[in-house]
Design a protein around this ligand. Structure first.
Ligand SMILES: [Cu+2]
Length: 235
């Protein structure tokens, strides 16, 4: 789900207040932002056709910078600007873009964005890649890998597919992880000290020996809070 923020236009200097005093006006720009597989910028209303409709857009840069400043990899974003504030008329139009992008990106980083890759047509949906097992609504199905020597896991959107593996006690398993999405991810099994970073298109193989019981959680360190987690259940 995208984060939506409305920011009012503002007056220029008020009397003796110079840049310290202003008034909000009943005219708003609306900023809509989400993580996405491919960067998109859409400008509707004021500034459409004049403001950059690509990642050089001020609001896009500010939002991506904030994510980086928060310790995340530079994100791929879908940004939609509905502008009612005239550009370059002293009504703080670029300030609304910056303030709105900062607030929206802060919420996005704190709460996580869409699981579906935003506007990319659902290509990164958790369901789409459920090749390995019969997913039901909401989550890809668990995949039984007991007796197998290797398994593939795809990182896409903000999910691992499959996100749950069923394995045998003490089993040795080669896991090939492919980053099929548009952003960077990690495949991290903290219990085993495994921490692999994958750029888009990267593949990595890790070999794990499973415990005799219990489960082995794996996460993407960048998107753990967005629910990018999984586990290997020993049974
Ligand atoms: Cu990730």
């Amino acid at each position: 789900m995208p984060i939506v923020v409305r920011v009012p236009a503002s007056t220029t200097n008020l009397g003796p207040g110079f840049d310290a005093l202003g008034l909000a006006l009943a005219l708003h720009n609306r900023i809509e932002i989400d993580f996405a597989e491919t960067p998109t910028v859409t400008v509707v209303g004021e500034g459409a056709g004049r403001l950059p409709a690509d990642p050089s857009n001020l609001a896009y840069r500010v939002a991506a910078d904030l994510c980086e400043a928060a310790g995340r990899p530079r994100p791929t974003l879908a940004l939609r600007l509905h502008n009612a504030v005239p550009v370059r008329r002293g009504l703080g139009s670029s300030s609304t873009a910056m303030v709105g992008a900062l607030v929206a990106a802060t919420v996005l980083v704190a709460c996580g964005g869409s699981d579906s890759g935003g506007t990319s047509g659902g290509e990164g949906s958790p369901m789409t890649g459920a090749t390995a097992g019969g997913g039901t609504t909401g989550a890809p199905g668990a995949v039984d890998v007991s007796g197998m020597t290797s398994v593939q896991i795809r990182a896409e959107g903000f999910s691992f597919v499959p996100a749950e593996l069923l394995a045998s006690p003490g089993q040795t398993l080669t896991i090939e992880v492919e980053n099929a999405g548009g952003g960077s991810h990690t495949f991290t099994i903290e219990d085993l000290g495994i921490d692999e970073e994958l750029s888009p298109g990267d593949r990595v193989q890790v070999e794990v020996t499973l415990p005799d019981s219990g489960s082995l959680p794996f996460i993407c360190r960048f998107h753990e809070r967005s629910g990018m987690v999984g586990e290997i259940v020993v049974s």
